[in-house]
Write a protein that binds this ligand. Structure first.
Ligand SMILES: NC(=O)c1ccc[n+]([C@@H]2O[C@H](COP(=O)([O-])OP(=O)(O)OC[C@H]3O[C@@H](n4cnc5c(N)ncnc54)[C@H](O)[C@@H]3O)[C@@H](O)[C@H]2O)c1
Length: 252
C-alpha cells in the first residue's frame, strides 16, 4: 500500500504574519516546500516581496497586524485560508522600571492586539476550511520569567493564554497550538545586539548561547519545522499545546 509522505500540505493555503524575516521567513519556506500556497504577510512590503520572489508558490500580502482596517482589506483579497501562523512580533529589553507605558503599549499592541486582530479577521475564512489550524508563535518568555523582559514576558504570556482560550472555544473546529522558542538566531537577535550590546556582541552572544542548556541558539528553520508539523495531518491530535523548543531552557 502506498503511504502519503508525512507533513504534506498540498491544496492548503497558509498566511504567515511577519513572513518577511527570521522564523516567519523560514516558516514560509517550510510550508511552501511541503505543498502549501503561502501568503507572506509583513509590515515590510519589500521584505515580503523579496521572500515571495525567492520561494515558489508564495505571494506577498503587505499588512500591519496592528491595523484592523488594513488587515481586513488585505484578507478581502484572499479567497480561502486553511492555516494561520501568527508570527509577527517585536521585543523590548528592560525590567519594569526601564519600561515606559509607551514601551509597554507598543509591545502589547503588536504581539497581543495584532494576534487578536489577525485571528478575528481570518476566522470567517478559517471556518470555511475543512481542516483549519492556527499556530501562534509565543516564546519561553510566556512560560517562565526572563530577566529584563517585563513587557515582552507580559505579551507572550498573553499569547499562551489566548492560545488556550481559543483551543477551549474552537475544539473540534479549529486546531490551535503555540510554539514557544528559546533564543533563535534571527535579525531580531542581531537588532538586539546592535542596539544594546554594540561593543560587546561576541561576549553577549556567548551569554545568549549559555541560556540554552545545549549551549547554542536555535536556528529559525528548526522552529519552522515544528510549525510545519503542527499544521500537518500528522498533528491532528495536538490541540491547545504549548510546545517549548528551547534547547532545554524551560526544563531547568
Ligand atoms: N528570535 C528569537 O529569539 C525569538 C524567540 C522566541 C520567540 N520569538 C518570536 O518569533 C516571532 C518572529 O521573531 P523573529 O526573531 O523571526 O523576528 P524578526 O524581527 O526577524 O522578524 C519579524 C517580522 O515581523 C514583521 N513585523 C513586525 N511588526 C509587524 C507588524 N506590526 N505587522 C506585520 N509584520 C510585522 C517584521 O517586519 C519582520 O519581518 C516573534 O513573535 C518573536 O517574538 C523570537
Amino acid at each position: 500500500m502506498a503511504h502519503k509522505a508525512p507533513f504534506r500540505l498540498d491544496g492548503r493555503t497558509a498566511l504567515v504574519t511577519g513572513g518577511g524575516s527570521g522564523i516567519g521567513e523560514q516558516t514560509v519556506r517550510a510550508l511552501a516546500g511541503n505543498g502549501a500556497r503561502v501568503l507572506v504577510g509583513d509590515l515590510n512590503a519589500d521584505a515580503a516581496q523579496a521572500v515571495a520572489d525567492g520561494v515558489a508558490n508564495t505571494e506577498p500580502l503587505p499588512l500591519d497586524v496592528t491595523d484592523p482596517a488594513g488587515v481586513q482589506s488585505a484578507l478581502e483579497k484572499v479567497s480561502s485560508l486553511d492555516i494561520l501562523v501568527n508570527n509577527a512580533g517585536i521585543g523590548h529589553v528592560g525590567m519594569l522600571e526601564e519600561c515606559t507605558l509607551d514601551d509597554f503599549r507598543t509591545v502589547m499592541r503588536v504581539n497581543v492586539e495584532g494576534m487578536f486582530i489577525v485571528t478575528a479577521a481570518a476566522l470567517p475564512l478559517l471556518t470555511r476550511s475543512d481542516r483549519p489550524c492556527i499556530v501562534n508563535i509565543g516564546s519561553v518568555a510566556g512560560l517562565v520569567g526572563v530577566k529584563r523582559r517585563f513587557a515582552y514576558c507580559a505579551s507572550k504570556g498573553a499569547v499562551v493564554s489566548m492560545t488556550r482560550s481559543l483551543a477551549a472555544d474552537y475544539a473540534g473546529k479549529i486546531r490551535v497550538n503555540c510554539v514557544c522558542p528559546g533564543t533563535v538566531d534571527t535579525p531580531f537577535v542581531e537588532a538586539y545586539l546592535e542596539k544594546y550590546h554594540k561593543h560587546e556582541k561576541a561576549e553577549t552572544r556567548k551569554q545568549l548561547d549559555a541560556r540554552q542548556p545545549i549551549g547554542r541558539l536555535g536556528k529559525p528553520g528548526e522552529i519552522a519545522h515544528l510549525v510545519l508539523y503542527l499544521c500537518s495531518d500528522e498533528a491532528e491530535f495536538v490541540h491547545g499545546s504549548m510546545m517549548a523548543i528551547d534547547g532545554g531552557w524551560t526544563a531547568l
